[in-house]
Design a protein around this ligand. Structure first.
Ligand code: NAP
Ligand code: HSE
Length: 424
């Protein structure tokens, strides 16, 4: 059993600093394994760092790590697709174990990277790429059954923003600025708020469970940028909370995969997640259900997940990756069926509700409840009108929405969110 790891790290930002801090704090002992930190690659050698390291350990040349035969394990926490992809592939070709937190890269090049790791008999640790510091990856990679349904909250930044918007009634940009300062966001925070980080994580989990990494362009990705404090407040009044969800359902060879904000009943496990907490609910093909929850972003949760993978390396753990790589066909969004939340800005006059309900009725959409806020005594201004529908087909709802937008009594583009009441 191997107990010593000679380590090279690519990146000394939020996560890299967390890894080095934890290593130094533990005197480079992780569990029963001794870690020898050999080199750290950064972009700017002279940059002021939150952690102090001898300058001889820092390099701006990735080759110094890749070519060093002493280094048997590398951690990639530089982020981005290039040059991280080339660096990881080259490290694997040189038979170095790799631990990475880079879900953006894994979502795009997961098959290629796992293949290289297997061919070179290397360990590839990806725990930090999803629900940091939890053993989710482990249970997916080692499960004898395929998943049949998955619903998760995978982005700490978005969950933090939505929680703070509800709790403190702050606006979106104020809370996003704070999330950036706390080190929760990606280098480009639009990856978080526009849903792409959640989609990357969903693709990685599907890849680990099914051996098939669906292409990013083939799944619906909507973010939280356009959610207004009004929607957060109305959702609360109606007994829901808004969460950015990743959803996947597998039936035979059909895969439904989508990322979008949704209303969840307030008492549901995932609806109760606060701040940067992430969570997942899974059902496998034989009906077993599991749920997990853990902090999903930030320096220490992510660094802890990386150290867990280092322990696996030291203990000689082997990589597990599904071998039945069945290509699944992705279902289009038009065919999905769920309930919907609509917020319309409508004139407050007689007959308005009738006109709107009529459009919904013509598309076979049945209304579950209606809430109108405010009263315009002069009947010239519009007021928010909130409608919840029963289950309807997405394509019908989209057609109805286009018709509603053209009604003279509807004054702004309607807001639409899906309501996921009974996903399990
Ligand atoms: P970050 O703070 O932006 O740090 C990136 C680090 O990589 C910096 O130290 C930078 O060097 C270095 N770097 C960038 N390009 C490089 C290059 N070409 N050669 C050498 N070094 C280079 O990023 P982060 O937040 O730590 O995230 C790192 C990775 O972890 C990303 O893949 C991210 O998605 C993932 N992740 C982050 C979190 C989180 O909460 N932050 C959680 C889970 C996963 P300089 O310092 O010299 O500029
Ligand atoms: N930016 C990511 C998030 C980091 O907010 O969840 C963790 O993957």
């Amino acid at each position: 059993m191997k107990k010593k790891v000679h380590l090279g790290i690519f990146g000394l930002g939020t996560v890299g600093t967390g890894v080095v801090e934890l290593l130094l704090k533990r005197k480079q002992m992780v569990g029963d394994c001794q870690v020898v930190l050999e080199k750290v690659a950064v972009r700017h050698k002279r940059k002021k760092r939150a952690v102090s390291l001898p300058s001889s350990l820092l390099t701006t040349s990735p080759e110094d790590i890749l070519r060093d035969p002493k280094i048997d394990t590398v951690i990639e926490v530089m982020g981005g697709v290039n040059p991280a992809r080339e660096i990881i592939l080259e490290a694997l070709r040189r038979r170095k174990n790799v631990v990475t937190a880079n879900k953006a890269l894994l979502a795009r090049a997961g098959s290629e990277i796992f293949k290289e790791a297997m061919e070179n008999d290397c360990y590839l640790g990806v725990r930090a790429s999803n629900i940091a510091s939890y053993r989710l990856i482990e249970s997916l990679s080692f499960s004898p059954s395929r998943i049949s349904k998955l619903v998760g909250v995978f982005n700490g930044t978005c969950n933090y923003i939505l929680t703070e918007m509800e709790r403190k009634e702050e606006d979106f940009s104020t809370v996003l600025g704070r999330a950036q300062k706390m080190g929760y966001t990606e280098r480009d925070p639009s990856d978080d708020v526009d849903g792409y980080d959640t989609a990357h994580k969903l693709i990685v989990l599907l890849g680990l469970s099914l051996g098939y990494f669906p292409p990013l362009g083939s799944i619906l990705v909507e973010g939280i940028r356009n959610i207004s404090p009004l929607d957060v407040i109305f959702a609360r009044e109606l007994g829901y909370r808004i969460k950015l969800l990743a959803i996947a359902k597998i039936q035979g060879n059909d895969l439904e995969a989508r990322v979008h904000p949704a209303l969840l009943p307030r008492d549901r496990g995932l609806a109760r997640l606060e701040g940067i907490e992430n969570g997942i609910e899974l059902r496998d093909e034989v009906g077993l259900e599991i749920g997990m929850q853990a902090p999903g972003a930030g320096k220490y949760p992510t660094a802890t997940a990386i150290l867990e993978d280092l322990i696996c390396v030291a203990r000689g753990r082997k990589l597990a990756f599904p071998s039945d790589k069945k290509k699944l066909s992705l279902r289009g969004m038009g065919g999905i069926e769920t309930q919907y939340y609509l917020r319309l800005s409508a004139l407050d006059e007689a007959g308005v509700l009738g006109k709107i309900s009529c459009v919904l009725g013509e598309h076979g959409i049945s209304i579950k409840s209606v809430l109108q806020k405010g009263r315009d005594e002069k009947k010239r201004k519009s007021v928010p009108l909130i409608m919840l529908t029963h289950e309807a087909r997405e394509e019908n709802l989209q057609k109805a929405l286009k018709r509603m937008e053209k009604l003279p009594v509807v004054k702004e583009k309607p807001v639409l969110m899906r309501v996921e009441e009974g996903i399990f």
